[in-house]
Design a protein around this ligand. Structure first.
Ligand code: ADP
Length: 428
C-alpha cells in the first residue's frame, strides 16, 4: 500500500484545498462536485464510465469499478478523505484502505448498516430503535414460519444489493412467497422478511455527523414513492405533530452517533398509527451518503446536503440547516416510457417560460424509462403555511407538472405554451 501516499500523479489543488475521493460517478457525485467547486475543493470520482454524470463535470476522474480493489486503491492515492456516492463497495476493500491510513468516511463498520438490511435491522433492534418485526431467511421454512406469525402480511427483501425497490417483493400468498424465496436463495441472494407495515405515509430524516461528533438535522420530509422509486419530496412533511417531529430527529441523530456515521445519513421511516392511536414511526432504511430525500436542500436550505456531506467528511464545522422557504417540493424527472422528440434543452426553455421560479437540476443522463435523469425544486413564497395542506398541494402540483413536462414534453393539464392561458392556481 506504499502508493497510497505517493502523490506524484495527483492533480494538485492550487489553493492547497482538500481532495475528496468519491466512489461512484452518479448524480450524487455530480451534485457534490457543485459544492466542492464553491468550497474551492477538488472532488475526484471513481466512475465506471467517462460519460457517468460526475465524470462529465469534474476534471479528476479515475475510471474503474467500485468493486475492483485496484480501482478503489487508485482513487485513494493522495486524497484527503474517501467517501461514497455508491454504497455497495465491498467492506474488505475499505478495511484494507483504513488500515493503510486512508480516512474512509463513513468507515466500513458504519457503512455495513447501509449495505445490509439484516445487519441494519439487528443493530437498530438492539439499540431499541423502532423497526418492523423481521427475520433472516435461510430457508423456505423460515418464510413459512414468519408468514404464519404475521398472518400473511409480509415483505421479502434481498438483504444486500437492492435499490429503488429492486430486491423488494410483496407476495400476495404463501405460495408466491415460497416461490420468490426459493428463486432468490437458489441464486445466492441473502434474504430477509419483515412485517408488511400499514403505513400512513413515508418520511425521511436527514442528518449529518462529523468525526468530531457535531450533528446537524434538516426538517423531516415526506417522501412519495411510485413503483419503488422516489417521485416527490415535500419539505417539511405537512402537519407532522411537533412531538413526533422532534422524536424522529432525535432518533436519527442518536442512530448517527451510535453507528458512528460520518457524513450525511438519511433515515427512511414509515409513519404509522401506534397501538394507542397516536402517530408513531418505524425505521425502514438507512443511507449513508447524500440521498434523494435531501435534493430539496439544494435550493430550500441554507446548507445543501452535498455541501454538508463534504463539510462532515472533512471534519469542518457543519453548516446551518435552516430552510430558505416555508415549503420546498422536489419532484424527480423520471425518463418517460417513450422519450419525447423535443430536445431536453427545448423542454427546459419552455419550463422556464411557464414556471420561472422552478429550479432545474439535470444529471447529464440519457433518457430511459423510469430512470432518474434530474429533479425540480419549487419553493413556496414566504407567506405560505407549511401545515396548510391546500397551499402545499398547489406547490406540489407545480413541481410535479414541471417534472412531468421535462420527462414527457407534455403538460399534464393541457397548458398551451402558445396562448399561455392560465389553467391552474399556480400559473402566475
Ligand atoms: P430500497 O432499498 O430498494 O429503496 P426499501 O426497503 O426502502 O427498498 O423498500 C422500497 C419501498 O417498498 C419502500 O419505500 C416502501 O414503499 C415499500 N416497503 C418496504 N418495506 C416495507 C414494509 N415492511 N411494509 C410496507 N411497505 C414497505
Amino acid at each position: 500500500m506504499d502508493h497510497v501516499n505517493d502523490d506524484s500523479r495527483i492533480r494538485r489543488n492550487p489553493l492547497g484545498s482538500p481532495v475528496v475521493a468519491m466512489i461512484g460517478g452518479g448524480q450524487l457525485a455530480r451534485m457534490t462536485h457543485q459544492s466542492a467547486v464553491a468550497l474551492g475543493q477538488t472532488l475526484r470520482v471513481l466512475a465506471a464510465d467517462p460519460q457517468d454524470p460526475a465524470a462529465q463535470v469534474t476534471p479528476d476522474v479515475v475510471i474503474g469499478s467500485h468493486d475492483d480493489p485496484d480501482a478503489v486503491r487508485r482513487a485513494a492515492v493522495g486524497a484527503d478523505v474517501m467517501t461514497f456516492d455508491h454504497e455497495h463497495v465491498p467492506p474488505e476493500i475499505l478495511l484494507e484502505l483504513e488500515s493503510a491510513g486512508v480516512a474512509v468516511r463513513p468507515r466500513a463498520s458504519a457503512l455495513i448498516h447501509a449495505q445490509d438490511k439484516l445487519v441494519m435491522r439487528r443493530a437498530l433492534a438492539e439499540i431499541g430503535a423502532p423497526v418492523p418485526p423481521f427475520t433472516g431467511v435461510d430457508s423456505v421454512d423460515d418464510v413459512r414460519r414468519f408468514h404464519a406469525e404475521q398472518e400473511g402480511w409480509i415483505v421479502l427483501k434481498a438483504a444486500r444489493g437492492g435499490y429503488d425497490g429492486r430486491g423488494v417483493w410483496m407476495p400476495d400468498s404463501l405460495e408466491e412467497a415460497e416461490r420468490i424465496a426459493t428463486e432468490q436463495l437458489d441464486a445466492g441472494v441473502p434474504m430477509m422478511a419483515e412485517a408488511r407495515v400499514p403505513w400512513i405515509r413515508e418520511l425521511s430524516a436527514l442528518v449529518a455527523r462529523s468525526p468530531f461528533g457535531q450533528g446537524a438535522v434538516w426538517p423531516v420530509v415526506e417522501t412519495v414513492q411510485r413503483d419503488g422509486i422516489c417521485a416527490v419530496v415535500v419539505a417539511p412533511a405537512t402537519g407532522l405533530p411537533d412531538d413526533l417531529r422532534s422524536a424522529v430527529q432525535a432518533t436519527a441523530l442518536r442512530l448517527a452517533e451510535h453507528l458512528d456515521v460520518t457524513g450525511v445519513m438519511a433515515v427512511e421511516l414509515f409513519e404509522v398509527t401506534g397501538s394507542d392511536d397516536r402517530p408513531g414511526v418505524l425505521v425502514n432504511e438507512l443511507a449513508m451518503r447524500p440521498h434523494n430525500s435531501g435534493h430539496w436542500t439544494m435550493d430550500g436550505a441554507t446548507t445543501s446536503q452535498f455541501e454538508q456531506h463534504l463539510r462532515a467528511v472533512l471534519d469542518y464545522p457543519l453548516g446551518s440547516t435552516v430552510p430558505t422557504a416555508p415549503v420546498t417540493v422536489m419532484a424527480n424527472v423520471l425518463g418517460a416510457a417513450q422519450a419525447p422528440e423535443m430536445s431536453m434543452d427545448e423542454r427546459v426553455h419552455h419550463l422556464g417560460a411557464r414556471f420561472p421560479h422552478a429550479k432545474v437540476h439535470l444529471y447529464g443522463k440519457s433518457e430511459r424509462p423510469g430512470r432518474k435523469i434530474g429533479h425540480v425544486n419549487v419553493l413556496a413564497d414566504p407567506g405560505v403555511d407549511p401545515d396548510d395542506a391546500e397551499q402545499v398541494a398547489t406547490i406540489r402540483a407545480v413541481a410535479e407538472h414541471a417534472a412531468h413536462w421535462l420527462s414527457h414534453g407534455e403538460w399534464a393539464d393541457g397548458w398551451d405554451p402558445h396562448t399561455g392561458a392560465p389553467v391552474g392556481d399556480f400559473d402566475r
